[in-house]
Design a protein around this ligand. Sequence first.
Ligand code: SF4
Ligand code: SF4
Length: 472
Amino acid sequence: MSSVFEVAPQEELLYSIAADGKRRFMHPVVRKGRYWGIRRTIAYALVVLFFALPLIPVGGAPAMLFDLATWRVHLFGATFHPTDNLLLVAFGFGVIVTVFFVGSTFGRVWCGFACPQTIYLEFLFRPIEAWVEGGPTNQRHLNKQPLSARKAAIKATKWALWIVLAVSMAATFVAYLTGWSALVHGLTTNPQAWTGALFTITALTGLIVFDFGWFRDQMCTIACPYGRLQSVIADKDTILVAYDTARGEPRMQPKHQLAGVAAGDCIDCGACVSVCPTGVDIRRGLQVECIGTAQCVDACDEVMRKLGRPTGLIKFTSERQQQGGARRIWRPRNLAYLGLMAVAWGTLGALVFTRADALVEVVRGGREPYRMLTTGEVANQQRIRFTNQLDEAQRFEVTIANPAGAALVLSESPIVVGPEAVVMVNAVTTVPRALFRDGQATVRYLITSDHGFRQELDFLLLGPFGTAGTTP
Ligand code: SF4
Ligand code: SF4
């Protein structure tokens, strides 16, 4: 094989690239050890959640629905509106600091144990491949064979099953944005009006099949920014998977071991490399391509048990521990992230639990800032927007709390707003001219509803400068 990387030896290349520049496809062996069991439980629980959340009704809506038609988010019975922007900011900040906390404390545990890329690839797409083509050895053997009717039939079956799975994932994703009932009803009764959804399902299906069928580990080693971020947020105490060099070296296969010649515990069996979904040889030290699946830990533990030696030649540890120090779980960096997490999630919780039954906003209306009436009063036009955050209709009333002498006329009163609906009404507030100071006067509205909602809201009215009788 000719090498196109004359300046870079094979061990310095990405594991997914061969020395001739071609793609090296990974066919990892599965070792059903302790960590694999934990990963499988988490994986299938998350897969079930993904498919179930848009299907399970809670409070009249799916448990999770990001409704594009109405720009509302339904989460486990609660409904959020675009006006809940503070909630969104707290949520976004919470997610960011949580990523930093998890990454700095537990390393790539997210990648290995909970990331959709790992879960769907290792626990759905690869098992389908193994079911149709056989294990890694059979897969390699089949790939090397010239095209034949048998090979074409096997490959077609595998890709057909993958496409079915990808369509169901893509349709579920779209159902998170439309709801299953609306999606099915729209596609079956008026597909022309649902071409956007159809296009999205088709495009997503293509992307999913491309990713899990072909791109695979390259998503983690080349495309995903989280791996790069991880190198920034990790420190010497971050948990990682590492090989115990002091114990393992010099590695030596049993057939080469001689009495009196020092040999480490590593028997150079290659089991840890053969199981790695990104092709990493963890014995070469810490590497950015390691996504923390712990498959090599399971594989090596199995080998050690067979040899009657202690397990843990490859294990979860930290760089400091590797160098003989004691690992510190809590240090200033992750304590700071934890503090920020508490602030973010605490704020979100407080906002959710103190969320009012309605949002009322008053904005200026009309083309002119104010109008002088023949009665000597000053009139301001407004628009009042009512957002009902309950799943029942509310009747709102607006009155003026102060100043005395001010009057309010609404385009409709009481204002009936349907469940989770928004209604805008026109208003005119009239105030005696004598109340204006420097062209301004403040009015306080009292808004109440038949569901106990009550809010006082100040609004700055515009009017003439000077006192009555002078030129405005
Ligand atoms: S599985 Fe363990 S013994 Fe085998 S090569 Fe890897 S580190 Fe060495
Ligand atoms: S080196 Fe080990 S922990 Fe890292 S990705 Fe490979 S198998 Fe998983």
